[in-house]
Ligand binder design. Sequence first.
Ligand code: PLP
Length: 376
Amino acid sequence: MKVMIAAARLKAQGLDVVDLGAGEPDFNTPENVKQAARRAIDRNFTRYTPATGVPELKDAIIERYRRDFGVERGRDEVVATVGGKQSIFNLLLALVDPGDEVIIPAPYWVTFPQVVRLCGGIPVIAKSAPERGFEVTAELVGRHLNRRTKVVILNSPCNPTGAVIPWEEFLRICALAAEAGAYVLSDECYQRFLYDGLAPYSAAAVPAELRARVVVSGSLSKTYAMTGWRIGYTIATAELAAAVGKIQGHETSNPTSIAQAAAIEALTGPQEPVAEMVREYARRRDYLVPALGALPGIRCHKPRGAFYVFPDISAWLGAGLETSDEFCARLLEAECVAVTPGSGFGSEGFIRISYAASGRALEEGVRRLGEFLGSL
Ligand code: PLP
């Protein structure tokens, strides 16, 4: 958000900014989804709905999961939320007591540790290894599990690394957490953004014996290019979903009625726009990774999901440029290229580059980054 604001300020001054900072699709919301929202307004679907969302939206989520992952869940196990963010917040609020530990693999999405702290919990950071492609394994999680662990947060594909946890490994982590009496919160925001022929999966499909301990936070934001509409969801046991619903009832009440109508169309309408977007992201990744790797002192692994790369820029730190924050600030100042410092993701010495940007922006961004490095 800080990077986006800085970039917007420069744009407002008339400068030609290449914005590779934003974590949001550059595509527009599909037309059929927008039409559904217009129809909702015209039929005055503009009043309060049940706090946890209208039954038709819950059914649309259930049906999507049934079709895509063979999962049978009930309406009482689903809560529609104001973005994935509210789902994560409410789940942690429901689960975490003061002093409880929450394991967060790093690099992590900036919001996770902050929400854990807001809930009175203690973030326990489990650092994944860049030289191993930032893989998150049962072994890594196991090293941080203890009797105070309440939740393990998994985010596959990961923001910011794009790393994907294979399904078998994911199950191993869930089994390990359940055995220790902890929950797994699976943030499935980038669930669809997979490359190299990898198939999406959902934590909702864990075997029945693990279901009580595995909860899902999903989001329509990235999948359907709907970041501004603010629709996400929780899938959990009926008991936990009810707890989340109670919190939500006092917190925001329902997600916006019009956005719920749009979300039903997104989930039940044609899914081809999603596949097309994913194909385009794959093309961009295939350009970006080798282009960055060809720059001096930049090491870039090839992510298999999400729409970010997380290159190592540590070779350029020292001698006047000490941190990734300084690197990004100077890059923005000198070349008007916005990228995000790794520090916010718990990983100094790295930067996050979003390829949810046009091919032209990516080429120009790489060119200017090259100029910037040349000037150091
Ligand atoms: N989880 C991750 C890893 C994200 O990167 C984001 C957004 O950037 C979200 C969840 C939340 O997205 P939203 O609240 O828009 O659904």
